[in-house]
Design a protein around this ligand. Structure first.
Ligand SMILES: Cc1ncc(COP(=O)(O)O)c(C=O)c1O
Length: 392
């Protein structure tokens, strides 16, 4: 006969889910949002949009900023601003989120991917130089280069600038993941002719969805604002001389962004502390390494990323991911390189082996600012146990 379950004891108890990088509205977001709502600026312009743009300029140390509906919209407008057209080529970091490369295709242009180096996991300046030399010899230079600051760490702009300058190729910095990171003391977003930020739900500061295009060139930003609001000519009626876009950020979301921006420094400090915690707890495990922090800068540690060498660790990256998932902990393989994406299979790539290897072995760990030390312990314990389980 079946025994009646004891209803005082929960049949199924699960620890709270730990997410990779959930939103953390811990400042004046609510107050500012209500203010925006009550002022009835429930549209894509208003005082919070202006103030958010101003706040970003001050934080990044850049002259001008246009608040947009997403980082992808900012990437796209940056290329439109440079006049990128069908048939042209644009260089792009190979290890990135697809949005970077997609924006190139929106313009009818073709991405050419440049692999990462091991020092920063960002675009390898020497492969970039090789590709540009080869393009110059063929007489067809790319029209721009999208350089990504991966997982919150700036690319090697000293050398990248030098190489691009030699061939007159403008850089657009994709700093979507790197708000507040620095390269030789200069903030991410300042490199190249324009910089791009994302405020989607998993970024270090979020507006739920949103982005920003920044530049010291006022003309680019003024033009981007026009284009982002359907490029309406200055006439009392609706008149358009160019194709525009509906890419502006809502005043309500800008209010949330302002609240988030006020706490950016604390958020970076917490992300860096989380990174330190993981390093201290795991650094002695054989076969486990961390994404390196290049000596030229300071990462915002948006996500803590590890590399697992299965032969030494005793389990491969996927086994570790599944072990975490079993304990209700989200983790993710690092970005799948662009040259391995079916949609970009016909695009040229310079190198590729480094990002392939990083993808095979790399895992992003939960890194949200609200994680407690107990939450971090939980992750650490699963990582240690996944090793033991697979070793025995
Ligand atoms: C490197 C990179 N570029 C671009 C984007 C696109 O930003 P969004 O999601 O705001 O369009 C993201 C994030 O999603 C990103 O990580």
């Amino acid at each position: 006969m079946l025994k009646k379950p004891n209803c005082d004891v929960p049949l199924f108890r699960r620890e709270k889910r730990l997410f990779l990088s959930p939103p953390h509205p811990d400042g004046r977001e609510r107050e500012l949002l209500i203010q925006a709502y009550e002022s009835n600026w429930i549209t894509t312009l208003g005082p919070h949009v202006d103030a958010f743009e101003q706040g970003m300029c001050e934080k990044v140390g850049v002259g001008h900023a246009a608040a947009l509906a997403s980082g992808t919209a900012a990437l796209h407008l940056a290329l439109v601003m440079l006049g990128i057209e069908r048939g042209e080529e644009v260089l792009c970091s190979n290890l990135t989120f697809a949005a970077t490369a997609n924006a190139i295709v929106y313009c009818g242009a073709t991405p050419v991917f440049i692999d990462s180096n091991r020092e920063s996991w960002n675009m390898d300046p020497e492969l970039l130089a090789e590709e540009l030399d080869s393009c110059a010899r063929k007489g067809k230079l790319p029209q721009a280069a999208f350089v990504v600051d991966l997982y919150g760490q700036c690319a090697e702009y000293g050398r990248i600038d030098e190489v691009c300058l030699k061939y007159g190729v403008p850089i657009i910095e994709d700093a979507a993941e790197a708000m507040g990171a620095t390269y030789n003391g200069t903030f991410a977003g300042k490199f190249g002719v324009m910089g791009v930020f994302s405020f989607n739900g998993n970024k270090i500061i979020t507006t739920s969805a949103g982005g920003m295009l920044v530049s010291d060139n006022e003309e680019y930003i003024k033009r981007a604002r026009f284009l982002s609001t359907q490029d309406r000519d200055p006439a009392p009626h609706y008149q358009h001389s160019h194709i525009g876009y509906n890419y502006r950020l809502s005043n309500l979301l800008a209010a949330v962004g302002r609240g988030q921006l006020e706490r950016l420094d604390e958020k970076i400090a917490r992300r860096r502390a989380i990174n330190d915690f993981y390093r201290n707890a795991l650094q002695d495990l054989p076969g486990l390494e961390f994404m390196p922090e290049a000596p030229y800068g300071k990462s915002n540690c948006w996500l803590t990323v590890i590399l697992i060498t299965p032969q030494e660790f005793g389990a491969d990256r996927e086994a570790v991911r599944l072990a975490l998932e079993k304990e209700n902990i989200e983790s993710r393989p690092i970005w799948k390189p662009m040259h391995l994406q079916p949609v970009f299979k016909d695009c040229r790539v310079r190198g590729g082996e480094v990002s392939e290897d990083l993808f095979e072995r790399g895992l992003c760990l939960p890194s949200g600012t609200q994680m407690t030390d107990e939450d971090l312990e939980r992750v650490v314990n699963v990582l240690k146990n996944s090793r033991r389980r697979n070793k025995s």
